[in-house]
Design a protein. Structure first.
Length: 72
Protein backbone atom coordinates (compact mmCIF):
# COMPACT_ATOMS: atom_id res chain seq x y z
CA UNK A 1 0.00 0.00 0.00
CA UNK A 2 1.22 3.49 -0.81
CA UNK A 3 0.02 6.79 0.59
CA UNK A 4 0.18 10.28 -0.87
CA UNK A 5 -0.66 13.55 0.82
CA UNK A 6 -1.45 16.82 -0.90
CA UNK A 7 -3.61 19.90 -0.44
CA UNK A 8 -6.47 20.50 -2.84
CA UNK A 9 -9.42 22.79 -3.31
CA UNK A 10 -12.60 20.95 -4.32
CA UNK A 11 -14.36 22.40 -7.35
CA UNK A 12 -17.97 21.29 -7.90
CA UNK A 13 -17.32 18.23 -5.72
CA UNK A 14 -14.17 17.21 -7.58
CA UNK A 15 -10.71 16.95 -6.03
CA UNK A 16 -7.98 16.82 -8.66
CA UNK A 17 -5.02 14.49 -8.14
CA UNK A 18 -1.74 16.33 -8.76
CA UNK A 19 -0.02 15.44 -12.04
CA UNK A 20 3.00 13.92 -10.26
CA UNK A 21 0.78 11.21 -8.67
CA UNK A 22 -1.58 10.40 -11.57
CA UNK A 23 0.54 7.67 -13.16
CA UNK A 24 1.08 5.94 -9.81
CA UNK A 25 -2.62 5.93 -8.87
CA UNK A 26 -4.13 3.46 -11.32
CA UNK A 27 -6.62 1.50 -9.20
CA UNK A 28 -9.06 1.95 -6.34
CA UNK A 29 -8.22 4.39 -3.58
CA UNK A 30 -9.46 5.18 -0.09
CA UNK A 31 -10.16 8.89 0.39
CA UNK A 32 -10.03 10.56 3.81
CA UNK A 33 -10.87 14.25 3.83
CA UNK A 34 -9.38 16.54 6.48
CA UNK A 35 -10.90 20.01 6.41
CA UNK A 36 -8.35 22.77 6.89
CA UNK A 37 -8.96 26.42 7.45
CA UNK A 38 -7.50 29.00 5.09
CA UNK A 39 -4.69 29.77 7.51
CA UNK A 40 -3.61 26.11 7.42
CA UNK A 41 -4.65 25.08 10.93
CA UNK A 42 -6.65 21.87 10.99
CA UNK A 43 -10.12 21.59 12.49
CA UNK A 44 -12.48 18.61 12.74
CA UNK A 45 -9.48 16.27 12.64
CA UNK A 46 -9.58 12.90 14.33
CA UNK A 47 -6.66 11.76 16.42
CA UNK A 48 -5.66 8.11 16.75
CA UNK A 49 -7.24 7.84 20.22
CA UNK A 50 -10.63 8.72 18.65
CA UNK A 51 -10.38 5.53 16.58
CA UNK A 52 -9.92 3.20 19.58
CA UNK A 53 -12.93 1.40 21.01
CA UNK A 54 -13.61 1.85 24.71
CA UNK A 55 -12.41 -1.01 26.96
CA UNK A 56 -14.71 -4.02 26.93
CA UNK A 57 -14.16 -4.79 30.63
CA UNK A 58 -14.53 -2.69 33.73
CA UNK A 59 -11.12 -2.96 35.37
CA UNK A 60 -11.89 -0.61 38.25
CA UNK A 61 -10.29 -1.97 41.39
CA UNK A 62 -8.23 -4.65 39.63
CA UNK A 63 -4.67 -4.91 40.89
CA UNK A 64 -1.92 -6.95 39.31
CA UNK A 65 1.67 -7.43 40.22
CA UNK A 66 4.34 -8.31 37.67
CA UNK A 67 4.60 -11.97 38.71
CA UNK A 68 0.85 -12.51 38.49
CA UNK A 69 0.67 -10.83 35.08
CA UNK A 70 3.56 -12.91 33.73
CA UNK A 71 1.96 -16.11 35.01
CA UNK A 72 -1.12 -15.44 32.92
Amino acid sequence: MEAFEFNATPENGIIKIPEKYRKRITSGVKVIILITEKNGSKKNVLVKSDLLAPPAYDTTGWKFNREEANAR
